[in-house]
Design a protein around this ligand. Structure first.
Ligand code: NAD
Length: 462
């Protein structure tokens, strides 16, 4: 089959990438015409024949070289990532480094998870193998524009699949740089990239890909699930969240306040497991709010390369307007701003603390995705737990409190990842998993990596 021209070789429509901190033009990538995508998928399938014949060690060795090169380019790629997405210099560089390091560190563990395993009993040997599924369509968001991609692409490739990646239209340049770096080592054609907006995402979902790994919003996840149903494509969906933080009587108020601020402002609040809602016991609330405001005042939103900046801009004007409209709506219903403003500022939302939020307000229900500590007070712990569990999301949840009370509350929270007197980030190869409508399948961990394979069980007489 003659090869479809790569996006680089066409003069078709261009997708411009701009700096979200000032609107400056950074560069362009060619948009992949949606009608090319089915063909690109089939070319990837053909290219994967040789790839799947390689051993895990051989595939891993090539990916490790790619990971090493990413780490070597961390300074330059980190700067590109920060300019394109807006995060601070240290965060941009850190994301590139951690992506490279994660690839290097995980290939052996992914191989072990995918290796055949035999059980022998009563004269029968049964082997479980993990075959490639074929071609994986990977659709990624902009908020961790390299890490989210490597999370999905690396296990898909390690399992022997080809990958067609559709990165976010907000961060095409860093995605292209990631793919170009890995492709210096991978055989031609097994890692392809298509650029564009939702039309290209839809075309990928509607193509003959065998599996779709999607990280993004719940709304788009719903579309993808419906579109994938007609051909029963395998799905991994990592979606949005509305993570609550419960601060119970007996909590270390300073630690809870510090966590509330850092986890609401990290990545400018544009993080799926950001603290989106704080429910604090009335008896601690004044002290907690004072400490939150004091800690929040240490933060400053600004361009990635300015000294003293701890947070970047909102990714685009629509997101900025969404955050402000939630704040304006909450204030109009009686909530009070303790820090920040509802007056629009170009490109940025300043560190914001709001209190008096009630369950009915949009800011308590829908993902904010901005640098806002949003506080409600409670007196009845069971009622607070019901509030924390309300709504469709169930990604993460955190409780601060005396050990036993915190454990008891945590056991009642309906979320995939729970932190007790700390963040939800666990240690070891644990799954990244959402409950309810925050996820469907999961990333990381042996079980997560196996999702990129077709399990086959073969029994024979010994
Ligand atoms: P998004 O859903 O708007 O877009 C994600 C990707 O889907 C983009 O590449 C986009 O072009 C593509 N797309 C849009 N419409 C499509 C369609 N109909 N069919 C196929 N593809 C389509 O999300 P975003 O704004 O890029 O990212 C922010 C969201 O991602 C937040 O909700 C955040 O919570 C979530 N997120 C979740 C996790 C997690 O691990 N659970 C991690 C990061 C981000």
């Amino acid at each position: 089959m003659p090869s479809t021209p790569s996006p680089e070789s066409t003069t078709a429509a261009m997708l411009a990438s701009t700096n979200p901190a000032n609107g400056d033009f950074i560069g362009t990538v060619p948009v992949t015409p949606a009608e090319w995508i089915p063909r690109i998928v089939e070319e990837a399938r053909e290219a994967a024949t040789g790839w799947r014949a390689l051993s895990f060690e051989e595939r891993g060795a090539l990916l490790i070289q790619g990971g090493e090169m990413l780490m070597g380019k961390a300074e330059a790629l980190g700067e590109l990532l920060s300019r394109e997405m807006g995060k601070t210099r240290a965060s941009g560089r850190g994301e590139v480094k951690s992506s490279g390091k994660s690839i290097q560190g995980k290939v052996a563990r992914v191989s072990a998870a995918l290796a055949p395993h035999t059980t022998t009993k009563h004269g029968v040997a049964t082997t479980v193998v993990h075959d490639p599924v074929g071609v994986c369509g990977v659709i990624a968001p902009w908020n961790y524009p390299m890490n989210m991609i490597q999370w999905m692409v690396v296990p898909a490739l390690m399992a022997g699949n080809a990958v067609v990646l559709k990165p976010s239209e907000e961060t095409p340049l860093i995605a292209q740089a990631f793919v170009d770096t890995l492709n210096e080592f991978l055989p031609p054609g097994i890692l392809r990239i298509v650029h564009g907006r939702d039309g290209q995402g839809r075309a990928l979902v509607n193509s003959t890909v065998d599996l779709i790994a999607f990280t993004g919003s719940r709304a788009v996840g719903v579309h993808i699930m419906a579109a994938a149903a007609t051909s029963m494509k395998r799905l991994i969906l990592e979606l949005g969240g509305k993570d609550p933080l419960l601060v119970l009587k007996g909590a270390d108020v300073q630690a809870a306040a510090d966590f509330a601020v850092s986890n609401s402002f990290d990545n400018t609040g544009q993080m799926c497991v950001s603290t989106e809602r704080v429910l604090v016991h009335q008896s601690l609330a004044d002290e907690f709010e004072n400490k939150v405001v004091a800690a929040a005042k240490q933060h400053r939103a600004g361009p990635w390369d300015e000294d003293g900046v701890t947070m970047g801009p909102m990714i685009h004007g629509t997101q900025r307007a969404h955050v402000l409209s939630q704040l304006i709506d909450a204030v109009s219903q009686g909530a009070r701003l303790l820090l920040g403003t509802t007056t629009p500022r170009k490109f940025f939302v300043d560190p914001t603390v709001i209190t008096g939020v009630t369950d009915e307000m949009d800011i308590a229900k829908e993902e904010t995705f901005g640098p806002v500590v949003s506080i409600s007070r409670f007196t009845d712990t069971q009622k607070a737990i019901r509030s924390a569990n309300a709504g469709p999301y169930g990604l993460g949840a955190v409780v601060f409190g005396a050990t036993q009370a915190a454990e008891e509350a945590a056991a009642q929270l309906n979320a995939g990842m729970i932190g007790i007197n700390r963040s939800i980030f666990g240690v070891g190869d644990v799954p990244w998993v959402g409950a309810k409508q925050s996820g469907f399948g999961y990333h990381g961990s042996p079980d997560g990596w196996r999702q990129f394979s077709q399990t086959r069980v073969i029994s024979r007489v010994e």
